[in-house]
Ligand binder design. Structure first.
Ligand SMILES: [Zn+2]
Length: 181
C-alpha cells in the first residue's frame, strides 16, 4: 500500500479506537466529550511516523543495500523489538508510544494483501525485488483506489475536527506538545 492510504486509514482507525475506548471506559468517569478524540490518545506525529515506519526501514534504509522493498522492517520479530524500544524510550508518554505502535501494526495489516516476511530472520523467504517503478504502481487500480480512500479518510477527519472547533493553530500546537489541551 502507498503513502496516503497508510496515513489516512491509520488516522481513521486511531479515531475509531479512541471513541470506542471513551464510550467503554471513560464515559462513566464523566470526562469531557473531547476525551473521546483520537488526537487525545494517539499523538499525531508519532502516529504518522509509525504508519510509515516499516517502509522507512525497508524502502529507505534496507532496499538500497538488499534490493527488497519488504524486508526485516515488515517482520513480526522486528516489530516486537521496536515496540519494546518505543515503550522504553517514551515510557512517560503513553500517547507517543501507543501512537507509534498502533501506526506500525496498521502498516503491517494494510500491507497483508502483498508479500510479507512475517517471521524473518527466523524463517527463510523468497524475497521479491521490485519489478515496477513507483509511477507504474501508482497507475494500478488497487493502488490509486486506496490512495483516494486514504485521502477521503484524511478529508473526513479534517472536517470532523474543524467542526469540533479544533483550529489549525491548536492542531499545530498539538503536533509539537503532544497534548491537545
Ligand atoms: Zn510496507
Amino acid at each position: 500500500m502507498f503513502l496516503v492510504a497508510h496515513i489516512g486509514y491509520t488516522l481513521l482507525t486511531a479515531e475509531i479506537l479512541a471513541h470506542l475506548y471513551y464510550w467503554l471506559f471513560l464515559k462513566k468517569k464523566n470526562l469531557e466529550p473531547t476525551d473521546s478524540w483520537g488526537i487525545v490518545h494517539f499523538a499525531f506525529l508519532p502516529l504518522i511516523i509509525g504508519a510509515l515506519g516499516p517502509d522507512i526501514i525497508d524502502k529507505l534504509i534496507s532496499e538500497p543495500i538488499t534490493g527488497y522493498g519488504r524486508y526485516i522492517g515488515h517482520s513480526i520479530p522486528f516489530a516486537i523489538l521496536i515496540f519494546i524500544l518505543f515503550i522504553a524510550i517514551f515510557w512517560k508518554k503513553p500517547t507517543v508510544y501507543s501512537a507509534l505502535i498502533l501506526g506500525w501494526i496498521m502498516h503491517i495489516i494494510l500491507d497483508t494483501a502483498g508479500f510479507i516476511p512475517w517471521f524473518f530472520p527466523f524463517v527463510e523467504y523468497n524475497f521479491q525485488s521490485k519489478t515496477q517503478t513507483y509511477i507504474e504502481l501508482l497507475f494500478q487500480p488497487y493502488v490509486y483506489n486506496n490512495e483516494i480512500g486514504g485521502f477521503l479518510c484524511i478529508l473526513f477527519l479534517a472536517v470532523l475536527y474543524f467542526r469540533r472547533g479544533f483550529t489549525l493553530r491548536s492542531f499545530i500546537q498539538h503536533i509539537f506538545t503532544f497534548s491537545p489541551k
